[in-house]
Design a protein around this ligand. Structure first.
Ligand code: FES
Ligand code: FES
Length: 160
């Protein structure tokens, strides 16, 4: 697809892309509508709910308010990048084992925020986990199961 705009080169889950993007195109739109990576969810589209969280250069961002034109040379990771060879990543599996996902709409955003946290701090305290999740909203789980899943990952070596 061609858009009258600027060319931007970046990677998503290790795959290089070069796209022409308009000045207001969001990363959420780029991922879902142009790259067909629909694991990243569209919630509030106002930077409030965290459903759209992805990692840019290892930091969580709300992709609904992140402008794709600012991605030149940067690395994006999405929930699709957490699994490999058809197998779930350890944190994804822990979410299933601990009942940390119910409707599942918020789950990709939580997984990406927690991936960043665990890469930076392999043994976060429960309060550090809660603080990291400040921008992620879940209407179903009550958060307890999510924090338990993170704790199980810590027991298994602290890697997401
Ligand atoms: S959809 Fe991006 S923060 Fe809610
Ligand atoms: S599992 Fe439904 S919003 Fe979190």
């Amino acid at each position: 697809m061609t858009v009258n705009g600027v060319g931007v080169a970046f990677s998503v889950n290790g795959v290089a892309h070069r796209l022409e993007v308009g000045p207001g195109e969001t990363l959420l739109h780029t991922l879902r509508e142009r790259l067909r990576l629909t694991g990243t969810k569209e919630g509030c589209v106002e930077g409030e709910c965290g459903a759209c969280t992805v990692l840019v250069d290892d930091k969580p961002v709300d992709s609904c308010i992140f402008i794709t034109a600012a991605l030149e040379g940067r690395r994006v990771r999405t929930v699709e990048g957490l699994s490999g060879d058809g197998a779930l990543g350890p944190l994804q599996q822990a979410f299933i084992d601990y009942g940390s996902t119910q409707c599942g709409f918020c789950t990709p955003g939580f997984l990406m925020t927690l991936t960043a946290l665990l890469e930076e701090n392999p043994s976060p305290s429960p309060s550090e986990v809660r603080q990291a999740l400040d921008g992620n909203i879940c209407r179903c789980t009550g958060y307890r199961q999510i924090i338990e899943a993170v704790a199980s990952g810590i027991e298994n070596g602290g890697r997401p």
